[in-house]
Design a protein around this ligand. Structure first.
Ligand SMILES: NC(=O)c1ccc[n+]([C@@H]2O[C@H](COP(=O)([O-])OP(=O)(O)OC[C@H]3O[C@@H](n4cnc5c(N)ncnc54)[C@H](OP(=O)(O)O)[C@@H]3O)[C@@H](O)[C@H]2O)c1
Length: 257
């Protein structure tokens, strides 16, 4: 099925950028969309669109066969972008041959608003007539580092040390999604997890070691169900250790450029 026309939404994001890096070398005709114009658009056709207002969506989905939906808004207007705006989006894409939806491991078990919205979006897709594949991934290496390990306080990484993570390299997940393009739509398919399950304390210690940082880890315990679900590893899937690039290798690659 060469020369399919693919649309990548969320082209400026972590996953979107990784998808573009790989699709740049493919034979597919690729259109990309986001609100900001990404760097290095190159040969891609970029279209402005906004899932909040619906502006630009018609143009974005015109003449498209397959969509990889990497647009998301975890914090601001999450309910609209993930659910109500998404519902409107689905109405516009009845002609699509394959809609690929990246989701997150544990969205049905972790009491966190954004995850609940992702779960609702999965259900909207399941109830639609659009041929689709839903694939849940574990947290990206970059995401874990950015959220938990990027802002030391007085030379200490203050982390909920017993949270478990099975972080995965975004480039491997992007590659997996591109591999799905030519497969039959599968509905909900197997999860895509990283190679190791580690605690945040272990990840912080690893970062200190690899980067030779003069820092310490200060581990805290957080109360509540959300915290418990991360400590219990509901965001992991030990039988789906598919990614090969470890958190350690991700950190080393950053040093070596
Ligand atoms: N991050 C993780 O660890 C992780 C793990 C597993 C699965 N996932 C899933 O992977 C997907 C991509 O995540 P990510 O981390 O790459 O996200 P991200 O870096 O936050 O990127 C989000 C993208 O969505 C676009 N966007 C935001 N609001 C928009 C709107 N109103 N209309 C149109 N586009 C909008 C942003 O571009 P503009 O601001 O330029 O519009 C950006 O390109 C999501 O479905 C997420 O749930 C993420």
């Amino acid at each position: 099925m060469l020369y399919l026309r693919i649309l990548v939404t969320g082209a400026t994001g972590q996953l979107g950028s990784a998808l573009l890096n790989q699709l740049r070398w493919s034979d597919y005709r690729v259109k990309i969309t986001s609100r900001r114009e990404p760097d290095g658009v190159g040969d891609f056709e970029w279209v402005y669109s906004d899932l909040l207002s619906g502006e630009g969506l018609e143009e974005a989905v015109k003449d498209i066969d397959v969509i990889i939906h990497a647009a998301t808004s975890p914090v601001k207007n999450s309910k609209i972008v993930e659910v109500s705006g998404f519902k409107e989006f689905l109405i516009r894409i009845q002609h699509i041959k394959h809609f690929i939806y990246p989701s997150i491991v544990g969205v049905d078990e972790i009491p966190f608003k954004y995850y609940m919205h992702k779960r609702e979006a999965e259900d909207l897709l399941k109830d639609s007539s659009i041929p689709h594949t839903i694939v849940r991934a574990t947290q990206f290496h970059h995401f874990v580092e950015k959220v938990f390990l990027s802002k030391p306080v007085f030379n200490r990484y203050i982390v909920p040390g017993n949270f478990k993570c099975q972080s995965v390299d975004v480039s491997e997940f992007a590659n997996h999604l591109i591999d799905l393009v030519e497969k039959e739509p599968q509905g909900r398919t197997d999860d895509f997890g990283g190679p190791d399950i580690m605690t945040l304390k272990e990840m912080a210690e690893l970062k200190i070691k690899i980067n030779n940082e003069a820092k310490k880890v200060f581990s805290i315990s957080l109360p509540g169900e959300f915290s418990k679900s991360f400590s219990d590893g509901k965001n992991t899937n030990s039988i789906r250790k598919i990614g090969k690039i470890t958190f350690e290798e991700y950190l080393e690659n950053k040093i070596n450029g």
